[in-house]
Design a protein around this ligand. Structure first.
Ligand code: ACO
Length: 401
């Protein structure tokens, strides 16, 4: 273990590392990844095994509290989350003020930030009181808030949660159920959703997680920190990529389905276009999550009897890129977002909700990282800079400018 106090307060030379490509911001016990070998583990357990054998709430417990829960711990955690899924009705007034076409990520970020106002005991300097309850509330209410966004976009009334349903089934009920008829939950769909959430649950110091840690390092409350993480995730170079992938595949389909033109565009340095869903800051061999998702996409589409031409285009694009010198040289492979959108589409989730699904999955990782930061008593995050602006100069009166 590293004694953080010994690293604190170093001055003198400043390391300039744009994008923090080689700068470690923390030590962490949560997630291990080896980008060269394509290994991802949560608390020592391989992502392949967890995706196969565990459920999302069990994995969330593992990330947040460090160990897989025993039966009693699991039952308590699930019971508490299940019984906190309702959202204060006054939050609806805030929600109702959003225009119908507001992007759900903006709405989610705002609503999660607003939650701190409903639980004022969460703020104040270093107030760790009731942290477990804030964790339960966030885990429970984020899916409810997400389904509000979808229901509004459809012009439908919201669906209240049903306590007899498990986490994923309850989400599907709130999304697709209607007051006039029961929504039949397809176990294939619930299982696929469970797997997707597990695969997204943590990924060490990515952009949104680092944001959560940076905000949390000022001892901002959990709701504000998570709200910032949602905003960071929204960007198309991060979680927003899953929406961008489907839009790109749709554009290729509308353009006749040929992938070469798009490969050439991505390789052209004069053209800002990039192959969405390709490349990763740390995976330089393959993204283990992409492998699991690709297989899951095949299974889900087959089980649901869906023949999606977009999947063929995605496969064609992957094959062409993997055989292209430009992509080989730069070690650009499909990432987690390349196939996830195809599954979300098959589950009936609209494109503008894809990044929201990512946020629901990433929530336990953000919470775990925020909790770890606080428990380690890390100092406030405050990077340095190299100033490149003008030297000192005299003020110029407005009439003389
Ligand atoms: N298409 C075409 N070229 C690419 C792509 C791409 N998708 N990704 C990287 N490159 C090229 C770059 O142009 C650069 O080429 P150069 O060496 O000739 O200048 C080289 O590969 C290295 O790329 P960087 O941008 O330096 O790599 P970085 O680690 O900074 O970026 C990122 C990683 C943001 C993921 C990038 O690969 C990208 O923009 N991908 C598309 C967006 C995407 O899928 N994002 C999701 C990431 S996964 C996630 O957040 C869950």
């Amino acid at each position: 273990a590293i004694d953080i106090s010994k690293l604190r307060g170093q001055s003198g030379y400043v390391t300039l590392d744009l994008g923090y490509k080689n700068t470690g911001a923390t030590t962490s016990n949560i997630t291990f990844l080896d980008g060269e070998k394509g290994i991802l583990r949560y608390r020592g357990y391989s992502i392949e095994e967890l995706a196969d054998k565990a459920d999302f709430l069990g994995v969330s417990y593992l990330l947040i509290y460090g160990e897989l829960p025993n039966q009693t711990q699991y039952d308590k955690f699930v019971h508490e989350i299940t019984h906190h899924t309702m959202v204060n009705e006054d939050m609806r007034k805030i929600f109702d003020g959003f225009p119908v076409n507001a992007h759900p990520m903006g709405v989610m970020s705002s609503l999660v930030s607003a939650m701190s106002g409903f639980y004022p005991e969460s703020y104040g300097s270093n107030n760790d009181k009731d942290v477990d309850l804030h964790i339960i509330r966030l885990m429970a209410k984020l899916p409810t808030l997400a389904t509000w966004c979808y229901k509004k976009s459809q012009g439908h009334p919201i669906n209240y949660p049903k306590n007899k349903l498990d986490y994923c089934s309850n989400f599907l009920h709130m999304m697709f159920g209607l007051p006039v008829e029961d929504y039949e939950i397809n176990p294939v769909v619930a299982k696929a959703l469970n797997k997707l959430l597990i695969l997204h649950a943590d990924h060490e110091q990515n952009c949104s997680t680092s944001t959560v840690r940076l905000v949390g390092s000022s001892q901002a409350n959990l709701y504000s920190s998570i709200s910032a993480g949602i905003s960071a995730l929204w960007g198309p170079l991060h979680g927003g990529a899953n929406q961008a992938v489907i839009e790109m595949l749709e554009a290729i389909k509308a353009d006749g389905g040929g992938v070469q033109k798009y490969l050439d565009k991505a390789k052209d340095k004069e053209d800002p276009f990039r192959l969405m869903g390709f490349g990763h800051r740390v995976y330089k061999n393959f993204d283990p999550r992409a492998r699991i998702i690709k297989k899951a996409a095949d299974e889900v589409l087959e089980a649901l009897g869906i023949d999606d031409p977009i999947l063929d285009i995605a496969r064609g694009l992957e094959e062409a890129a993997l055989n292209d010198e430009y992509f080989i040289k730069r070690k650009l492979y499909p990432n987690v977002d390349f196939y996830s959108g195809i599954i979300y589409r098959a589950l009936g989730i609209p494109v503008n909700m894809f990044t929201v699904m990512f946020a629901i999955g990433r929530l336990p990782g953000w919470i775990a990282q925020w909790k770890e930061l606080r428990e380690a008593g890390q100092p406030i995050g405050r990077p340095r800079q190299i100033y490149t602006g003008p030297k000192e100069r005299p003020f110029v009166d407005i009439a003389d400018r």
